[in-house]
Design a binder for this molecule. Structure first.
Ligand code: BDR
Ligand code: CA
Length: 311
């Protein structure tokens, strides 16, 4: 039976790849909804990008809801320098035809979790955790109903990508991150430690360009050009968010350790830093599985095989 998932997302170039990968796995994943959040670009664009991507992937029937328009406490921090003004730099998709659902994304998240039997719905977080934090505060009964939260978030070994200490999804809403980390929900984190191993190198981009589907062309367009493989010192752009979906499809591609993770919500230099207790020195209870190793070749084999299946 397909695993029921809700994708909470701020598309975002790598979010787009994650969504397409999920759409290419209909036998394994039953996508109940996409909930947009303000993040890489403002909410008006993340929600419309979510609809655009569902239409591209041939699944306009999946509902899209707009969630929170800003972080819980702090002003928004966007990432247009990475994702472009549209959020999908390099990919020009038409205005979506399917309307946004009228319910607020947080209410939709709560309703979907209450409608399913406990332990059946996995929440995939691809952006700041604002919507899930708000849902957990508004409706604490949903916590025990969540099968698992799988979140691209955090950084330990090399530090952050938005400040020296912090990864974007945590830094953009550290207060929401804290609510989720303290909530007791089963939580798997895919931090930069792992996603920086999963890079779309020139060689992999070459393989991708051989795949003759609209989805593969879209991914190539998103990661081509000056800010594609050339990004990050010629190593190729890291595909952060698709790792969340790949983890659901092939958990064996990733490895890590169950640890305690706390988040810095006060430091002036370290705001949004994930304090990952790798050696168990704090005595704090385990609250997350921190994945820090990836089989990158296996990831790209999976991604390319699936992109070849989508029209
Ligand atoms: C994360 O930040 C965003 O810009 C990406 O979409 C990804 O979710 C990586 O730090
Ligand atoms: Ca994202």
């Amino acid at each position: 039976m397909a695993r029921k998932i809700i994708i909470d997302t701020d598309p975002g170039r790598d979010d787009a790849v994650a969504i397409l990968l999920a759409l290419a796995a209909p036998q394994e994943l039953d996508i109940l909804a996409l909930v947009a959040v303000a993040g890489n670009v403002p909410i008006a664009r993340t929600e419309s990008n979510a609809r655009r991507l569902l239409e591209l992937g041939g699944r306009p029937d999946i509902p899209v809801y707009a969630g929170c328009a800003r972080p819980l406490v702090r002003p928004p921090i966007t990432a247009e320098h990475v994702h472009g003004g549209t959020g999908l730099h390099g990919l020009d998709l038409p205005e979506p035809q399917v309307p946004l659902r009228p319910e607020h994304g947080v209410d939709a998240l709560i309703a979907a979790l209450r409608a399913a039997p406990p332990g059946e719905v996995t929440v995939c977080l691809l952006g700041p955790a604002t919507n899930l934090a708000m849902a957990l505060v508004k409706a604490p009964d949903i916590g025990p109903r969540i099968a698992e939260v799988v979140w691209m978030a955090g950084a330990r070994s090399e530090g952050g990508n938005v400040t020296p200490a912090a990864e974007y999804n945590v830094h953009a809403d550290p207060d929401a991150a804290r609510v989720v980390l303290d909530s007791g929900v089963p939580l798997t984190l895919l931090p930069l430690d792992l996603t920086h191993q999963v890079r779309l190198t020139d060689a992999r981009l070459g393989r991708l360009r051989q795949i003759d589907t609209a989805a593969a062309r879209a991914v190539a367009a998103l990661f081509s050009g000056a800010d594609g493989a050339a990004l990050q010192g010629g190593l190729g752009g890291p595909l952060h968010d698709p790792c969340v979906i790949a983890h659901l499809l092939r958990p064996g591609l990733f490895a890590g350790r169950a640890i305690n993770v706390a988040v810095e919500t006060a430091g002036s230099l370290t705001l949004g830093m994930t304090v990952a207790d790798w050696f168990g020195v704090t005595g704090r209870p385990v609250n997350a599985t921190w994945l820090n190793r990836a089989d990158a070749d296996g990831f790209f084999d999976l991604l390319f095989e699936r992109l070849a299946r989508l029209a």
